[in-house]
Design a protein around this ligand. Structure first.
Ligand code: RB5
Length: 149
């Protein structure tokens, strides 16, 4: 699996922590920044990650900002993206099993690095429950992309 990861200025510490985790897990990754100390705009970092996932250049994306909210809103504008904002381990597992989320968003002002690591590990290692009711629901969500484009 290959992962693209990015943060704005509000998510740098957790992004670095997650990069260490990816290295420990031997997960291939591409780090799309930011290296900024000053303020940047989260869509400028969310969209390149989302586009890489949507084009199949990487399987999954991870986005961190202050709250995770801006990143998740921006990423979900890209066709084919199912970005889940997650701050607990139960949701990390559920959003993989039920939503087949392909991007994980977290907020550095909401959770600490230890929980972010646990969430990421669960999210990366949990499979989607294919072929059942969840697949049907995801197909309905995908149809909305055509209806409201
Ligand atoms: C930046 O101050 C902050 O707004 C951003 O990191 C994020 O929380 C937006 O949703």
């Amino acid at each position: 699996m290959k992962v693209a990861i990015a943060s704005d200025h509000g998510g740098i510490t957790i992004r670095k922590e997650i990069i260490s985790l990816l290295e420990e897990m031997n997960v291939d990754y591409i780090d799309l920044g930011c290296e900024c100390q000053s303020s940047v705009d989260y869509p400028d970092y969310a969209v390149p990650v989302a586009e890489m996932v949507a084009k199949g250049e990487v399987e999954r994306g991870i986005l961190v900002c202050g709250t995770g909210i801006g990143m998740s809103i921006a990423a979900n504008k890209v066709k084919g993206i199912r970005c889940a904002l997650v701050h607990d381990t139960f949701s990390a597992k559920a959003t993989r099993e039920h939503n087949n989320s392909n991007i994980l968003a977290m907020g550095e002002r909401v959770i600490g690095p230890g929980l972010a690591r646990d969430i990421t590990k669960i999210w990366l290692t949990t499979s989607f429950e294919e072929g059942g009711r969840h697949e049907n629901r995801i197909n309905k969500v995908t149809e909305l992309e055509m209806q409201y484009r």
